[in-house]
Design a protein around this ligand. Structure first.
Ligand code: ADP
Ligand code: MG
Ligand code: MG
Length: 249
């Protein structure tokens, strides 16, 4: 469903992604692991369309459309969802307002009617309950004063509400204690399905004990340098990234 071919991405004149090729079939969860500075966040930002990430070559085709020919909001409407490593705080905007606005923008772009207030509240209550989020928290300004774990759960809540086709989790596990990690993983696992592809980016194997990937790829110096099954993540945990860093160099 997602096919990335020979992707090249620059940040401020420096090439960070250097010919990356990767396919994630519908229904599969692929993990991307790699050392710090390998280009993992650059890959996720370029797929989402963050300004400043200049795609100088290659394509990323999702359901027949090259994402790089679409604006960021068109990509979001198509079902691309990026969960941030460090979710930002948005003072003055209640979480519920934020997510309702996003949901309606997505529906509008798809030619659908706005969700009615009762239907929205029902959906939000359902998803919040599943993720053990206090509904009152959703009325507060988005992420303001939330703990690290609460911010991550809030991201998974947004994801559950928007029901994406392509889900990209960029080091969602960083800063999570084991209980928050479990809740996040359960939320993600509940969203696995035949119409959804997931890219789970992580530095550590630990998250993959909870979110079992179909495939594991090693990203080093802007390229995929190895691919395998879940056992590859265990190998990396035991032996580190040195071998792959050397090979990439
Ligand atoms: P990872 O997520 O794998 O740790 P990143 O994609 O964040 O790696 O970074 C890849 C490389 O790009 C690093 O060498 C980093 O220093 C560089 N980089 C990231 N953001 C910027 C930026 N805004 N300007 C210049 N270089 C950047
Ligand atoms: Mg990093
Ligand atoms: Mg990163």
């Amino acid at each position: 469903m997602l096919t990335i071919t020979n992707l090249h991405v620059r940040i401020a004149e420096t090439e960070i992604i250097k010919g990356l090729t990767l396919s994630v079939p519908a229904g599969e969860v692929h993990a991307i692991m790699g050392p710090n500075g390998a280009g993992k966040s650059t890959l996720s930002y370029s797929l989402a369309g963050r300004p400043g990430y200049e795609v100088t070559g290659g394509s990323a085709v999702l359901d027949g459309d090259n994402l790089f020919e679409l604006t960021p909001n068109e990509r979001a409407a198509k079902g691309v969802f990026l969960s941030f490593q460090y979710p930002i705080e948005i003072p003055g905007v209640p979480g519920l307002t934020f997510i309702r606005t996003a949901l309606n923008a997505q529906r509008k772009a798809r030619g659908e009617d706005e969700i009615t207030a009762p239907a929205f509240l029902k959906l939000a209550r359902e998803k919040a309950q599943a993720l053990k989020i206090d509904f009152e928290m959703l009325k507060r300004p988005l992420n303001v004063g939330f703990s690290g774990g609460e911010k991550k759960r809030m991201e998974i809540f947004q994801m559950a509400m928007l029901s994406p086709r392509l889900l990209i989790l960029d080091e969602t596990d960083s800063g999570l204690d084991i209980d928050a990690l479990r809740i996040v993983a359960e939320g993600v696992n509940a969203m696995r399905g035949p119409d959804r592809s997931m890219l789970v980016i992580t530095h550590y194997q630990r998250l993959l004990d909870y979110i079992k990937p179909d495939r594991v790829h090693v990203l080093s110096a802007g390229r995929i340098v190895a691919s395998g099954g879940p056992e590859l993540a265990h190998e990396l945990e035991r032996e580190g990234y040195d071998k792959y860093v050397r090979e990439a160099a």
